[in-house]
Design a protein around this ligand. Structure first.
Ligand code: 13P
Length: 257
């Protein structure tokens, strides 16, 4: 059965001290109400800035189902790439997951599908699980291109892999127009895109792999709308920005399955 997941993307927020406090508060709540006592037994991932990884990894240690991930990695394992951070470094910091292809990386830092495919590949080679983001812009949706855009992102970013590599992929559908805007995709809009994504995975890798793949929704998901979104058949949880920065709100989201 596929895993339900609530993941927080902290983006470029939180000093190290603030991040430790936030993760500590959420982990306290989880120790009092362990994830495995919740009906869905969800996983929780904190996607923190690079410099937080070591410390947050220490804070989550011993808590079952709680993981730490980076928000990006470079496409090469090591070398003269000043300012970049590699997958082996991320792994050595205690992280188990990495976000690849967030729309902020695609749009602000010109990351295209070919580069993202290389990043996903190196991340998996180094033992990381990849949360691969896809999603259309407002213009693309208004022009009814949203299904085509997401299909192309998946095909170029992921569908070159073999089945074993793909088993390390979690997908996050994040419509760009919903990110940080307070506008959430309706449960129907999210549901139909997630259903398409699972169908595409099934066509490429077979039904069993498609059924086991976790597909998250992201974009103004919060403690009030999470439950309705997570009830959609093919929505397996959320990738949460703003609402993951408040311990109480994020814990409510974790309990929304
Ligand atoms: P918000 O939840 O702040 O809209 O951000 C979503 C997101 O980009 C998560 O990766």
């Amino acid at each position: 059965m596929r895993k339900k997941i609530a993941a927080g993307n902290w983006k470029m927020n939180m000093t190290l001290e603030e991040g430790k406090k936030l993760a500590g508060e959420i982990c306290d709540m989880i120790s009092k109400r362990p994830l495995k006592t919740m009906k869905a037994n969800p996983g929780v991932i904190f996607f923190t800035p690079f410099i937080h990884l070591v410390e947050i990894s220490k804070i989550i240690r011993g808590l079952e189902g709680v993981y730490v991930g980076a928000q990006n990695c470079y496409s090469k394992p090591s070398g003269a790439y000043t300012g970049e951070v590699s997958a082996p470094m991320i792994r050595s910091a205690g992280a188990t997951h990495v976000l690849i292809g967030h729309s902020e990386r695609r749009n602000l830092f010109d990351e295209h599908n070919k580069m993202l495919a290389a990043k996903a590949s190196i991340a998996i080679e180094n033992g990381l699980k990849v949360v691969f983001c896809c999603g259309e812009s407002l213009g693309e949706r208004e022009n009814k291109k949203h299904f085509d855009v997401v299909e192309q992102q998946l095909k170029e970013g992921l569908f070159w892999m073999d089945e074993e590599s793909f088993s390390n992929i979690i997908i996050a559908y994040e419509p760009v127009w919903a990110i940080g805007t307070g506008i959430t995709a309706t449960p129907v809009q999210a549901g139909e895109m997630h259903t398409l994504i699972r169908k595409l995975i099934s066509e490429k890798f077979g039904e069993k792999i498609a059924e086991n793949c976790t597909i998250l929704y992201g974009g103004s998901c919060n403690s009030k709308n999470a439950q309705e979104l997570f009830q959609q058949k093919n929505v397996d949880g959320g990738l949460i920005g703003g609402a993951s920065l408040k311990a109480g709100d994020f814990f409510k989201i974790i309990q929304s399955f």
